[in-house]
Design a protein around this ligand. Structure first.
Ligand SMILES: Cc1ncc(COP(=O)(O)O)c(C=O)c1O
Length: 398
């Protein structure tokens, strides 16, 4: 049965992590994987999450199946976290949320829904986008194409190029947008740019599929939801894939959600039934534990406030580190102006150095970034920052 199988290459990001782990260099530093790390290089559990988990376990009396769409309190509060209370209330049954195994599960279920609704639709992704969007969404049977997004000259969004590119997309297609903290570039749309993009999507009858995996990591919980809230208010239909991996630190619990907004309650009911059917055909229903924790936490004032304060500290610390890197590099050399690093949002940013320098940093200094030059801002620390600055400055000025 299996003798004809050839071993596949490792996932580029997970594979590089494996190479890092095997690297004997004692002063190696990993800036490649998307996980938050504190000053000690650990990925701690938020204390509010730990408390919510304990309370959940203490109150639990059964491990019987939960509703297929997921923990009811998770569905209510996760939807409100995304859309805000007022929009959630205004949309009522026109919006439906289904709990999924992480943001990946949400993206995949969204793609399955699109495949059922309009198999001929093309899904347009930003150039560049998170590498896993391709295998994850294409394997649901969708065709992916790219729209212009990033300028490596300005190290920011090529907004004119983006508008031009979006205006060429055939009506009825789907546009995947990053809700905030664009992965891999860290270059986000401003609120005014979101407004323009949403107007254009409306005019051209394009469906936004918004992937939001870092709410709270950019400008704040509310600010980071600006684009998707505007889309849900101004457009008749929106699809959202959200993840609780980063902002609740629940990576391994695999919790996320797919939210669909359509023009009528009946259409939303139909769309939800297709999502549930796609889930049933694959993993049946999402694991409960992570969503149970999030639902419990968000439903309790004290835990929610504690979590928000912790998340805000994480966001501010990352901002300080990104500014530290930009200033440190600019002080250490004058070949490249790294001020754009300070303007990036979220966990990732392109460093914009030659690929050869990325490889040299890896082989000579054990400093790991992706070849695209994407690095994890949360992998920086007060301790490793001076070393990183020194190594990068030395290699790029050789
Ligand atoms: C842009 C983007 N979308 C979705 C995800 C999915 O995350 P998860 O499946 O771990 O919740 C990630 C994770 O890195 C991401 O960066």
């Amino acid at each position: 049965m299996f003798e004809q199988l050839k071993t596949l290459p490792a996932d580029p990001i997970l594979g590089l992590n494996q190479t890092f782990l095997q690297d004997p260099n004692p002063s190696k530093i990993n800036l490649s994987v998307g996980v938050y790390q504190n000053a000690e290089g650990l990925t701690p559990i938020f204390s509010a999450v730990k408390k919510a988990e304990q309370e959940l376990i203490d109150a639990q009396t059964t491990k019987s199946y939960a509703p297929q769409a997921g923990a009811p309190d998770f569905i209510e509060f996760a939807t409100k976290l995304l859309l805000g209370d007022a929009i959630t209330q205004a949309l009522g049954e026109r919006a439906a949320t289904v709990m999924t195994p992480g943001g990946c599960g949400a993206l995949r279920m969204g793609a399955e829904l699109l495949k059922q609704s309009k198999p001929s639709a093309t899904l347009w992704v930003s150039d560049p986008t998170w590498a896993n969007h391709y295998p994850l969404l294409e394997s649901a049977g969708l065709t992916l194409k790219r729209y212009t997004y990033y300028s490596s000259e300005t190290h920011g969004v090529d907004f004119d190029g983006m508008l031009e590119s979006l205006s060429q997309i055939p009506e009825g297609d789907v546009v995947l947008l990053h809700g905030c903290c664009h992965n891999p570039t860290g270059a986000d749309l401003s609120q005014a740019q979101w407004d323009q993009v949403i107007t254009l999507l409306g005019e051209r009858n394009l469906l936004p599929f918004i992937d939001t995996a870092y709410q709270g990591f950019g400008d704040g919980l509310e600010q980071d939801a600006y684009g998707l809230r505007q889309a849900a208010t101004k457009l008749p239909e929106v699809l959202i894939a959200s993840s609780c991996s980063k902002n609740f630190g629940l990576y391994r619990e695999r919790v996320g959600a797919v939210t669909v907004v359509t023009q009528t309650e009946a259409q939303t009911g139909a769309a939800k039934s297709h999502i549930l059917s796609a889930a049933r055909r694959s993993y049946s229903m999402s694991p409960y534990h992570g969503g149970g924790i999030v639902g419990h936490l968000l439903g309790r004032e004290n835990l929610r406030a504690e979590w928000q304060a912790e998340l805000e500290n994480v966001r501010k610390r990352m901002n300080k580190l990104r500014h530290g890197l930009a200033t440190g590099l600019n002080d250490a050399q004058s070949k490249i102006d790294f001020s754009f690093v300070a303007d990036s949002k979220g966990m990732f940013c392109y460093l914009g150095i030659p690929t050869q320098d990325v490889l040299t940093l890896r082989s000579e200094y054990g400093l790991y970034l992706l070849e695209s030059t994407r690095f994890n801002v949360a992998g920086l620390s007060e301790k490793n920052l001076p070393v990183i600055v020194e190594r990068v400055a030395e290699v790029i000025t050789r």
